[in-house]
Design a protein around this ligand. Sequence first.
Ligand SMILES: Nc1ncnc2c1ncn2[C@@H]1O[C@H](COP(=O)(O)OP(=O)(O)OP(=O)(O)O)[C@@H](O)[C@H]1O
Length: 319
Amino acid sequence: MGVAVQVEGLTKSFGNQLIWGDVTLTLPPGEISVILGPSGTGKSVFLKTLIGLLKPDRGSVVIEGTDVATCKEKELYEIRKLFGVLFQDGAMFGSMNLYDNVAFPLREHTKKPESEIRQIVMEKMEMVGLVGAETKLPGEISGGMRKRAGIARGLVLEPEIILFDEPDSGLDPVRTALISQLIIDLNSQIDATFLIVTHDINTARTVPDNIGMLYHQHLAMFGHREMLLSSDQPAVRQFLNAQKAGPIGMTEEKDEDELAQEAHYEMPPLPPIPMQVMPSDGRPRRGQRPPGEWCRQNGVTPPPGSFRQTMSMAPGGAA
Ligand SMILES: Nc1ncnc2c1ncn2[C@@H]1O[C@H](COP(=O)(O)OP(=O)(O)OP(=O)(O)O)[C@@H](O)[C@H]1O
């Protein structure tokens, strides 16, 4: 089912630069969560703090009873085995072919014989649609294929938690849609908790069960997708709906003059909440809840036209 990641009061600075403070959230086991945020708000720093590559100033990250922020190196080594990570560029070794790149964690961290390694590598290559490309070098393939290879490598140790750092960065809309579909399909096939960091609004609107947004050195909101997609909080609303007017500007926060100029600007109505992307084999999503349930339970009226089956179900095809 994947494991929960409980983040409590997490604060991180570099020198006297506060990146974010007092971040509290729980990634529900087995579900897909997305962390969004303007550039430079510390999304990558957040992922690195979750796996213990960076130490927070304060707060805890508890996974199966162990606090990643304060545990000993030996415990951290064990906890890291629970994670599969897709770094932004796939982080492939340039001189190794895809097969050896994907096999690398198995050769490094297990004593499995090569025959078993072959079986695992080929299974994961098949899951990400890369069978036939085993002998290619990372430099010989497209960015989308490199990301797929990075995902395959992240899967070989059977992770309980998978972190995707901007899986859509540098990809065209079609490749972005295909990667989103792959993520949904993997989530329905394997027992793991997924966290995606992205800028892509279509991905954020159609892929996750939960959305969080980092903004202005704090977590502006985290919760069920319907909560954020129907939110009136200005920064959340501006970002999720790609609007120019609102508190987020070129330098993350607008200055007072800019905000004063916009004081009489009325934000456009919220667009309808799209249906989520479904697994391509027709199975329900792992964290599936009836569309509109959160809104009904919380007395929120979703924007008109929300949850229509006729709205595009394809990733990146949000209305
Ligand atoms: N090791 C480090 N030492 C000092 N400052 C750092 C370090 N790592 C990140 N930063 C700073 O932390 C801030 C947040 O960086 P981060 O890469 O996490 O942002 P981001 O939200 O992922 O941005 P983007 O969406 O553009 O990738 C930046 O100002 C960056 O310069």
